[in-house]
Ligand binder design. Structure first.
Ligand SMILES: NC(=O)c1ccc[n+]([C@@H]2O[C@H](COP(=O)([O-])OP(=O)(O)OC[C@H]3O[C@@H](n4cnc5c(N)ncnc54)[C@H](OP(=O)(O)O)[C@@H]3O)[C@@H](O)[C@H]2O)c1
Length: 242
């Protein structure tokens, strides 16, 4: 009997159970979600792709081929260990409530920047100057879920074009308070074609959100390599820099 395309794809993603890598799902297939899923496939990492619009799931899965498994959001969250929420900050808050049960115990990756267009053609922060999306989301996490602020420190263009850069990879900074998830977050970043650097706990989130000193649209102003990044961090912050 012939296996369906979805069954074959599911077997490929499920084969990760036998590898040392966690299963990852990208939820929200807009600019960032599509780029993250595409980078992962380029990095030979299977990925579950999910969105609230079935036609977007199918289109991306068809484009990316056998490593991209299409699923509805609820199923994707249940299936994956790492859930990348590639949606806007306010939508993340809603989704954490809506899928509070399914998200229990999962690793949640938040790339969000809490901003909205201003009336001058630019952007303005939608939370307090001293607040960060990372810290606010940490306070409303589903039970036993572990949050990492990651994959959001670059523009969509750089996330796409600087992936797998040679000879020196570009850096993606991340922050987390959770213990025991660093290897998984760093694998996720490396499989996206970047070198991970942890800047600290979630109290450092504002530094890697828009306008922060380590964001491309903040004082950083560009992508950086590891050697360039070292000059921007305090020595005690070289959590994961070799
Ligand atoms: N764009 C950038 O340069 C950039 C850089 C760094 C970080 N980020 C962050 O990355 C996140 C995504 O940004 P983006 O530029 O990719 O935005 P986008 O292109 O507008 O995509 C957002 C996606 O989220 C989907 N969505 C909205 N609400 C949802 C929900 N409740 N459940 C499931 N899917 C939902 C939207 O689907 P519909 O089609 O149904 O609306 C859309 O596909 C944001 O938090 C942003 O701050 C963006």
């Amino acid at each position: 009997m012939y296996k369906s395309f979805i069954t074959i794809k599911k077997e490929i993603v499920m084969s990760q159970v036998h590898s040392n890598k966690s299963k990852v799902a990208v939820i929200g297939l807009g600019k960032i979600g599509k780029i993250v899923a595409t980078n992962l496939v380029k990095g030979n990492r299977p990925v579950i792709v999910a969105d609230r619009k079935p036609e977007k799931i199918k289109a991306l899965s068809d484009t990316l081929g056998r490593l991209a498994l299409p699923m509805e959001i609820s199923a994707a969250i249940k299936e994956a260990d790492i859930i990348v929420l590639a949606i806007w900050y306010d939508a993340i808050k809603e989704l954490l409530k809506q899928y509070a049960v399914e998200l229990q115990g999962k690793i949640i990756v938040d790339p969000s920047n809490p901003i909205a267009p201003d009336d001058k053609g630019g952007f303005v922060k939608t939370i307090g100057d001293n607040e960060s999306a990372g810290q606010i989301l940490a306070a409303i996490l589903p039970k036993n879920a572990k949050l990492a602020k990651a994959l959001g420190t670059l523009s969509a263009d750089s996330l796409e074009n600087a992936a797998f850069q040679k000879p020196e990879p570009a850096v993606l900074f991340y922050a987390t308070d959770a213990t025991g998830i660093n290897a998984e977050i760093e694998d996720l970043i490396r499989d996206n074609g970047f070198e991970p650097i942890q800047v600290g706990g979630l109290d450092q989130s504002a530094r890697i959100e828009v306008f922060g000193d380590l964001h491309e649209f903040g004082a950083l102003g560009k992508t950086v390599t590891v050697s360039e990044a070292k000059g921007k961090l305090q020595p005690q912050q070289f959590y994961s820099v070799g």
